[in-house]
Design a protein around this ligand. Structure first.
Ligand code: SF4
Length: 244
């Protein structure tokens, strides 16, 4: 099976399992952009816990661009790195006002010029907020595409370039979002739950088959070791009993 076959099969199987959704609450592209920036190094749940109050206080880029940083920091504190994140979302909002009439641009080339917006954030915003195909490579996508043997690279830009060659554009956003969900629920970083995974029959990293093989080998090796041990024990002369 080629990497392209695995990509297509994985996309198909995951489609049957997960909706193509982001777990970040938002009602427009501006909110999606801010929520995605805030989601760095934290959980979507933590972002969702602060954004309702944040967006009620600062409903658009113009409002957030003129926000008091200390006040924003206090509101987003639970998401961690709140000092940098406050500076970034205020800066990104100011850039939107200055260069894009307060609107989130729809071209990746423009999105990545905003403070704190890399290709990952830009692709998420494009795909989720605008329905424009984008394959976002976050930590889960990076791990899963490598485990699935779709890439050997650790560079998100290369991974994006490789995987997008394997799938039609209309699959990019959904595949990325579903890999993220699968990475959170099943293909967990430390201990992937391969026995529960719908991809375990063709995933090159599946521990289901490997474990089976390992078990067989272990059992054989153990019996060989045991037999040798017994033989050695039989051959070994008994130490003489001490005389009293
Ligand atoms: S089989 Fe295991 S390693 Fe492969 S995708 Fe599923 S959980 Fe991850």
């Amino acid at each position: 099976m080629t990497a392209k076959d695995r990509a297509r099969l994985a996309a198909e199987r995951l489609k049957a399992l997960y909706p193509a959704v982001s777990e970040l609450d938002h009602v427009n592209p501006f909110q999606m952009l801010v929520a995605t920036i805030l989601s760095a190094q934290t959980t979507d749940r933590s972002v969702n816990s602060v954004t309702p109050a944040l967006f009620a206080r600062y409903p658009d880029a113009a409002a957030l661009a003129h926000a008091n940083p200390v006040e924003v920091e206090a509101m987003i504190r639970p998401t961690g790195f709140y000092h940098v994140k406050a500076k970034t979302i205020i800066g990104a909002s100011a850039a939107l006002v200055e260069r894009f009439h307060g609107e989130v641009p729809t071209r990746i080339e423009d999105l990545v010029t905003l403070p704190g917006v890399g290709r990952k954030t830009a692709n998420v915003v494009l795909g989720v907020a605008f329905g424009i195909p984008g394959f976002a490579v976050d930590t889960h996508v990076k791990r899963l595409t490598r485990r699935l043997g779709l890439t050997k690279s650790t560079d998100p830009v290369k991974i994006e370039a490789e995987v997008t060659k394997m799938l039609p554009p209309e699959e990019w956003t959904g595949f990325s979002l579903r890999l993220i969900l699968h990475g959170r629920r099943i293909c967990i970083a430390r201990t992937p739950r391969c026995p529960e995974c719908v991809l375990n029959d063709f995933c090159p990293s599946s521990t289901v088959r490997a474990k089976g093989r390992r078990r067989l080998l272990t059992a054989t090796a153990a019996s060989v070791r045991l037999a040798h041990g017994r033989a050695a024990a039989r051959k070994r002369p008994r130490p003489p009993r001490p005389h009293h």
